[in-house]
Ligand binder design. Structure first.
Ligand SMILES: Nc1ncnc2c1ncn2[C@@H]1O[C@H](COP(=O)(O)OP(=O)(O)OP(=O)(O)O)[C@@H](O)[C@H]1O
Length: 206
């Protein structure tokens, strides 16, 4: 589904990604592992066409052009959840639903409910704990069951039970044919769902 051929990223004479060759098969779960600053997030950004790179990124054999519409139905959670703190969780979800063209309320709230949050909660997200905000972000990402899901450190701030629920959800999405890319320091939390571990060190695959 996705192919990286000789992908490199240079920034102010530093090579942040070094000649990455990687093939991502549809329906598989990839776990990206590496130290802080090794290039996991940068690699995910390259795969998503969010940064200009040298080399080629092919999506279904077509070259991905920086700045053009992403050719796959994708859900992305990189670094921080894209939430508006002054809105409730439901209002935040509805905003994303509108962008994705989703109107069915069950579809909008199902992952939030499964992750243990109440869509009727009147509190603004500003009042939520870190883990609760994380769950809103995950629910936004998974809404509409995209064909590609990209999660950067999804288990940060989640308790053991919530990680188990997330793993169950990811397992189900995988069975539906979804391709999932996860960057994590704690891959062992989610290793049961991961098919292939990709090690990255100083911008290069090991
Ligand atoms: N916007 C940016 N501009 C320039 N350099 C950046 C930028 N973002 C990250 N970098 C650099 O790119 C390298 C890789 O960063 P990246 O965020 O991909 O690491 P990571 O493996 O995701 O780290 P972590 O585990 O801490 O999340 C680092 O050296 C970082 O300093």
């Amino acid at each position: 589904m996705i192919k990286l051929i000789g992908v490199s990223k240079e920034h102010q004479h530093h090579m942040l990604l070094k000649n990455i060759n990687l093939e991502i098969e549809r329906g598989k779960v990839y776990g990206f592992k590496g130290r802080n600053g090794s290039g996991k997030t940068m690699l995910l950004r390259a795969i998503l066409g969010l940064i200009k790179v040298d080399g080629k990124v092919l999506i279904n054999n077509e070259p991905l052009k920086f700045g053009s519409k992403y050719p796959l139905k994708v859900g992305v959670f990189i670094e921080k959840p894209s939430i508006i703190p002054e809105f409730t969780a439901l209002k935040n979800l509805k905003l994303v639903a509108a962008l994705k063209g989703i109107t069915d309320i069950n579809e909008i709230t199902k992952y939030l409910v499964e992750l243990g949050l109440d869509p009727k909660d009147k509190r603004k997200v500003r009042k939520y704990s870190l883990g609760m905000k994380q769950k809103v972000g995950i629910a936004q990402t998974l809404m509409g069951d995209p064909e590609l899901v990209v999660l950067d450190e999804p288990t940060n701030a989640l308790d053991r039970k919530s990680i188990e629920i997330l793993v169950q959800i990811l397992e189900r999405l995988k069975q539906q044919g979804c391709t999932i890319l996860i960057a994590s320091h704690q891959l062992e939390d989610i290793e049961s769902v991961v098919d292939k571990v990709v090690h990255i060190e100083a911008g290069a695959l090991e």
